[in-house]
Ligand binder design. Structure first.
Ligand code: B3K
Ligand code: ZN
Length: 865
């Protein structure tokens, strides 16, 4: 195994302000791959033409390549015309127009960074975004160089399936028995969208008839053992294709669309033109081997990658500072797709919860950056929640401000005007500005300023006159260092209801806050008004509003906006935890238990099981740590457990009935209403298990359930609240029956998370388990990612921090991208009390003293003070 690190001495910084267009056009690229596990040979022939006067050298990128030969118009380029520094190769004195031929040799087997060409379980595959193509051949590895690719793949009979982008144009067997397949992609593309696969694969095929009447050949390629788990992804793909036609008027362009599932992959999936490559966990599902959550994730990711065909591929990014142009827009598109296909309210609650717990954390920490960053050291570190999730919220705000009709006109204009181009966020905004006549100057602060802005809301009501005043004040993000932070355009959706009856006193209204503060007035508002503000989280801001228990309870009971209903009860939970921390003896206000009992016994609330299940989940640690800064994670964990026990005891009379009422009859279907019922049943069973032994129910569900969702829930609940005997039995059996990697990962993550059994010793056992392997990112995430992010008890200790730091250092030598993601929990030290801070910082300092990859160095150096 080679060391995948590029040792970091003086990190170079790439800046948006330094952007210059590439001085050459590369119209056509022909690639020939002679596949071999350790000695793959790549021959590139490119047609190059100069477009900037006065330039005589050409700059290409390359990384970890063995250079075999470089010729220009058939003549070998002498060494004295070549300068190679870091990842740049300069060829001097090139003619105005020429054929460049470069031969390189690669070792896919030694490539544990999983970037460029590598082997996954013996299958050749590629990952080029953002800068992986430079590990294949010397080429301008930047998204604004767009070319037409023709790819020839030559391999022995061990790799009968040979795929690349575009359409297959020839397939022949050489006299020596090797096969040669040629693919041609007629759409010009940047090299980050290049892909190649070679392996012994099974395929499932289908068709899609487009809105203009073309038939598209759909194929999903997997390892043979997985062929019985592709149907759902195929159906999701067809749903996504139809939705993009209906909602955005976008039709697929090539004659064939392929997905390949690979087991070793650094992230979820990749939108390579016509040949999406997926982490197998984001494709493979059947009722016995995937949970409801996995089905929903697969549907969303298949759609996301498909939607990139327009938002990303046909119209791509000029440079990587524009990453959110494709990612923010595409996340917005996939979340609307999931909302339309499943439950809009639940999807929005889940997205808001994720944004607040994870993206707000990033936005307030050492790696905070704007949606359009201005500089980076390692671009792989910028595939962040801010680029994706906050980027999607910014697009959502444009949708809210323009309304669906103008938004669609804007997206049509953007796609038609820039088809085949590499553009910036400004072009997207210009199209939206043009169709709406709006000035987006101030709105651009959402792209340019880091941090989460705060919105203070004060309400005054005069019961005599009925005058209601809502005072809105926007405040700079906490991380804003000086006064340069300019005010945002904040779309604020609000409604006023009566506290006692829930009756709507002021119907839903959209207010645009553009100044530092503003006041809204309504007259003749009688009764007891309660303001439901930022409905559906109409802007990604933190709300600062004094709300009484009484008001919050009214919103939790009556608000017709799912997000705000959920948010109100979450706020009540936070207040209860805050009180418990201040005085553990004080107990919990009886109103909260009354409210919860009211909700779980109310037929109207139970009618939306999925929303009720969301309302019964307590706030995540990240949210509590932010509110309760500086946080003591162990004390907060204890307080949260007391609250959970209290709610369980208070609702004792209802949990079993609720559990039974949510029974789903008939065969397993991963569709929204059944998923909602299962989710509420499992939540109720979890609470019930805190009040009495439910070993019998758990045992029966584990053995008899027709689907993994219920079996897995039985195992999980048994592990935390079952008898020791049952907990051990279900853990053993779950593992014994875990035939697929995806089920194994559920077991590993549950074992790594379980607060009663997942001690540091147990973690070491998992890391040396026979089915654990350091080179597979899914295994690493299941054990170490879950441990660091979900197991407060064991992780937030000096030994826990040390375990993670050691693992990160070990991984950095193999796969820097995974190492720099995994280290994140340690970088959040500033939110915790002194004692925790000291141990976390000690680990970061220990790490920075070592030779780290560029990826890990950037993150750790930003995090140590
Ligand atoms: N565009 C890819 C992500 C690539 C990450 C590279 N480190 C998947 C996606 O967002 O659709
Ligand atoms: Zn994407």
């Amino acid at each position: 195994m080679t060391d995948a690190r590029t040792l970091n001495t003086s990190p170079s910084i790439t800046r948006l302000s330094d952007y210059e267009p590439y001085p050459y056009v590369i119209a056509d690229v022909d690639l020939t791959f002679e596949l071999h596990p350790t000695e793959t040979r790549v021959t590139q022939r490119s047609q190059v033409r100069r477009i900037t006067q006065g330039v005589t050298s050409i700059e290409l990128n390359g990384k970890d390549l063995t250079r075999v030969s470089i010729t220009i118009d058939g003549v070998e380029v002498s060494e004295d015309r070549l300068v190679e520094i870091d990842e740049t190769l300069l060829i001097r004195q090139v003619p105005e127009s020429f054929t460049l031929e470069i031969v390189t040799q690669l070792n896919p087997k030694a490539n544990t960074a999983l970037e460029g060409l590598y082997l996954s379980n013996g299958m050749f595959c590629t990952q080029c975004e953002a800068e992986g193509f430079r590990r294949i051949t010397y080429y301008p590895d930047r998204p604004d160089v767009m070319s037409i690719f023709t790819t020839r793949i030559i391999a022995d009979d061990q790799h009968p399936v040979l795929l690349s982008n575009g359409n297959p144009i020839s397939d022949e067997v050489y006299p020596d028995g090797r096969r040669c397949v040629v693919w041609h992609d007629p759409f010009p593309k940047p090299c980050y969208l290049f892909a190649l696969v070679g392996g012994h694969l099974a395929v499932q095929q289908d068709q899609f008839l487009t809105m203009s009447g073309r038939t598209i050949d759909l194929r999903i390629y997997v390892e043979h053992k997985d062929l019985d788990r592709v149907q759902y992804a195929l159906e999701s793909l067809k749903r996504a294709m139809a939705w993009d036609e209906q909602v955005y008027g976008r039709e697929y362009d090539l004659d064939i669309f392929m997905i390949v599932a690979v087991s070793h992959f650094n992230m979820g999936a990749m939108e390579n033109k016509g040949l999406n490559i997926f982490n197998s966990s984001c494709v493979l599902a059947n009722p016995e081997a995937a949970t409801d959550q996995a089905f929903q994730r697969i549907e969303a990711i298949v759609a996301h990658e498909y939607f990139h065909n327009w938002s990303g591929n046909r119209v791509t990014c000029r440079d990587w500072f524009q990453l959110s142009l494709k990612e923010g827009f595409t996340v917005f598109r996939d979340s609307e797709f999931s909302a339309d296909i499943n439950s809009r309210a639940v999807k929005r609650i889940q997205d808001v919860n994720f944004l607040r717990s994870a993206q707000f954390t990033e936005d307030g920490g050492p790696t905070a950056h704007p949606v359009q960053p201005s500089e980076y050291q390692e671009i792989s570190n910028f595939y962040t929640l801010t680029i994706y999730e906050k980027g999607a919220e910014v697009v959502r705000m444009i949708h809210t401000l323009l309304g669906p009709v103008q938004f669609r006109q804007g997206s049509d204009l953007y796609f038609s005007r820039h088809d085949g181009q590499a553009v910036t966020i400004n072009e997207f905004i210009a199209a939206m500005a043009e169709v709406s006549g709006r000035d987006f100057g101030q709105f651009m602060h959402w792209y340019q300023q880091p941090g989460t802005p705060r919105l203070q809301v004060d309400v005054e009501h005069d019961p005599q006159s009925g005058r209601l005043q809502i005072l809105l004040t926007q405040k700079a993000p906490v991380i804003a260092k000086d006064n340069s932070h300019a005010p945002y355009v904040i779309p604020i959706s609000y409604q006023v209801i009566d506290r006692e009856s829930g009756q709507v006193l002021v119907p839903e209204t959209l207010f645009e806050l553009t100044e530092a503060s503003a006041s809204i007035e309504h007259q003749e508002v009688m009764g007891s008004p309660v303001v439901s503000v930022l409905r559906g989280l109409s802007a990604p801001v933190k709300l600062e509003m004094e709300r009484s228990t009484h008001d919050l309870a009214a919103l939790a009971r009556f608000d017709d906006d799912g997000v705000n209903r959920w948010d109100a009860i979450q706020d009540l939970y936070i207040q209860a935890i805050q009180l418990l921390l201040a005085d553990p003896e004080a107990g919990i206000q009886p109103q909260l238990a009354d409210l919860v009992c009211g909700l779980i016994a109310d037929p109207a609330t139970i009618a939306d099981p999925a929303c009720l299940a969301e309302m019964l989940m307590l706030p995540q640690d990240n949210i509590l740590w932010d509110v309760l800064k500086p946080a003591d994670p162990q004390a907060i964990l204890a307080a949260r457990q007391s609250l959970r026990q209290h709610l369980a005891d208070s609702g004792e009379a209802h949990w079993e009935d609720l559990y039974k009422a949510m029974k789903v009859d008939g065969p397993y279907e991963p569709e929204a209403s059944a998923i909602g019922r299962r989710s509420l049943a499992i939540t109720a069973l979890g609470y019930l298990a805190k009040t009495r032994s439910v070993d019998e129910i758990l045992s029966e569900r584990f053995d008899k359930a027709s689907n993994l969702t219920e079996r897995f829930a039985a195992y999980r609940i048994a592990r935390s609240d079952g008898s020791a005997g049952l907990s051990e039995r279900l853990s053993r059996n779950f593992l014994a029956e875990a035939e697929t990697d995806e089920v194994l990962d559920l077991w590993l993550s549950t074992e790594a998370m379980n607060e009663s059994t997942a001690t540091i010793d147990r973690l070491h056992e998992l890391l040396s388990h026979e089915r654990f392997t350091w080179t597979n990112p899914n295994r690493v995430r299941a054990v170490l990612g879950t441990f660091a992010n979900r197991n407060v008890r064991a992780f937030h200790t000096p030994e826990g921090y040390r375990l993670l730091a050691d693992a990160v250092l070990k991984l950095d030598a193999m796969n820097p991208q995974i190492a720099s993601r995994l280290v994140m929990p340690l970088c959040q030290w500033a939110r915790f009390t002194e004692q925790y801070q000291a141990s976390m910082k000690a680990e970061l300092r220990r790490m920075i003293a070592k030779d780290l990859s560029k990826d890990l160095y950037e993150i750790v150096s930003k995090s140590v003070d």
